[in-house]
Design a protein around this ligand. Structure first.
Ligand code: NAD
Length: 448
């Protein structure tokens, strides 16, 4: 079948109301879980071929993440889908008011390559849980994982309900001409704008999960040992190819030397080395070349070595960085960590406010005033105090960007809402209504 026929068949299935049935949704969520578990080795092999990601990282940041999502929706489906009763105002007495979570129809999910399973399958899980049909277009850049997902899903799901469409830019450009009821996109801000424009043609609602330069502030009042350990883990996880990775560090000058030593200590302790099992490689030659251009040899504090054949870049820390340096212009998305020192905390916050709103921001401190200023003044998608990245693993928190880092959010009940329309119904009795709203109008009625 051609892709436009598959989309038509999804719209037909949706019209039958079958996908709204809670039992139907649960059966297919269970099925998705079953095929992921059954094909776990195939999924590990594919991601290893794409960018040498370790089994442990793939399990913790991808497979178990998706399984946890499926379990969450299966467990909470009834309460999420249940109509919510709300108060009815005086003018609508005697009546009752309810909000119904209604699936949107046929959703298109466009995934990114850096967490190819999590970023493709988690939105699918939310879309199906909310009662939609779904087309997934994974990133062609991670070709093996794209093929693995297409194989396990297309062999096990009816295409009129869930289908994986393999394609690159040309195919996606064609796909975007068709009308969907929802588009959920994960990727760069640049492509996010293309998606938004295409969606506008059909007035299709969008969620855009984009990127940005996520700052980390390390105050002299921080627990430096904990900060260094958590930052090194978060930065070099997936070789820095994480949308919420610490992009750059802002370190209070008085503790900079001590802190840099701790960063070095943890890189060595975590054994992030060439050919190490712990350490992922760069996805492709194009990104590898882009990244090594950003390593200013005069500013290397640690690392700076690379192996082109194996697409490895050593964890690299750059110091004496200025805001004007090339590395400070765009999201790094790789294992290079620039460090800028500061003297004045509030001026540093003001500088961040001038920049595009990042997907995440992080602060390490034990000072309550600094925490308060960080939370109140800065705008960012989501973040942490005294940790990095982990906010996205709490399904009770909405995950998404703001401004240039995105539109909308998902995870947990927010994912369910993202793929639903909140339909309102006011039900009235046929008795007990005051006649005030009906003509003829009079001065007396205004006094009421
Ligand atoms: P990308 O924007 O290049 O690609 C994302 C998707 O868009 C792919 O499926 C690709 O095929 C498609 N695409 C690319 N060019 C297109 C075009 N011209 N027209 C239509 N479709 C097109 O992003 P990427 O390189 O896969 O991912 C890296 C970016 O994604 C980073 O900026 C990162 O921060 C961001 N990201 C964000 C999140 C998040 O959850 N907010 C998660 C992961 C990655």
């Amino acid at each position: 079948m051609e892709i436009h026929e598959i989309i038509s068949s999804q719209k037909e299935l949706f019209k039958t109301q079958k996908t709204k049935n809670l039992k139907f949704r649960k059966i297919y969520l269970e099925k998705l879980k079953e095929i992921i578990i059954k094909n776990e080795n195939l999924l590990y092999e594919a991601i290893d071929k794409d960018f040498g990601k370790s089994k442990f990282e793939t399990f913790t940041t991808e497979i178990s993440f998706v399984i946890k999502d499926i379990d969450y929706y299966i467990k909470n489906l009834k309460s999420l889908a249940k109509p919510k009763k709300v108060k009815t105002n005086l003018a609508n007495q005697i009546g009752s008011s309810k909000i119904y979570s209604e699936p949107l129809g046929c959703a298109l999910i466009i995934g990114a390559w850096n967490y190819p399973y999590q970023l493709s399958l988690s939105p699918i899980v939310a879309a199906l849980a909310a009662g939609n049909c779904c087309i997934l277009k994974p990133s062609e850049i991670a070709e093996n994982t794209m093929k693995a997902m297409s194989k396990i899903i297309n062999e096990n799901f009816p295409p009129e309900y869930l289908y994986v469409f393999e394609g690159g830019i040309d195919e996606t450009t064609e796909l975007l001409k068709l009308k969907f009821d929802k588009i959920f996109f994960t990727g760069s801000t640049k492509v996010g704008k293309i998606i938004y424009k295409a969606a506008a043609e059909h007035l299709t609602p969008v969620t855009l999960e984009l990127g940005g330069k996520s700052p980390v502030i390390i105050s002299k009042d921080a627990n430096l040992e904990v900060a260094a350990k958590r930052i090194i883990w978060g930065k070099f996880l997936n070789a820095g190819q994480t949308c919420v990775a610490p992009d750059y560090l802002l370190v209070e000058e008085s503790i900079q030397e001590q802190f840099l030593e701790l960063l070095r200590k943890y890189i060595l302790e975590f054994k992030y080395e060439f050919d190490s099992e712990q350490y992922t490689r760069i996805i492709n030659q194009k990104n590898f070349e882009r990244l090594i251009q950003l390593i200013d040899k005069n500013k290397i504090y640690f690392g700076g070595n690379f192996n082109e054949e194996k697409l490895f870049i050593e964890p690299t820390i750059l110091t004496n960085i200025n805001w004007e340096d090339e590395i400070m212009q765009d999201e790094i998305f790789g294992p290079i960590l620039p460090v800028i020192s500061f003297n004045n905390y509030n001026l540093t916050l003001n500088k961040i406010i001038e920049l595009e709103k990042p997907l995440s921001a992080y602060l390490f401190t034990n000072n309550n005033e600094e925490k308060e200023a960080f939370t109140q003044k800065l705008s960012f998608g989501g973040g942490c105090i005294n940790d990095v990245i982990m906010h996205l693993s709490n399904e009770n928190l909405p995950f998404g960007g703001v401004g240039n880092s995105g539109i909308g959010s998902y995870h947990g009940k927010y994912g369910f809402e993202t793929f639903s329309h909140q339909k309102t119904v006011l039900e009235k009795t046929t008795w007990g209504e005051p006649n005030i709203k009906y003509p003829p109008y009079s001065e007396n009625k205004l006094k009421w």
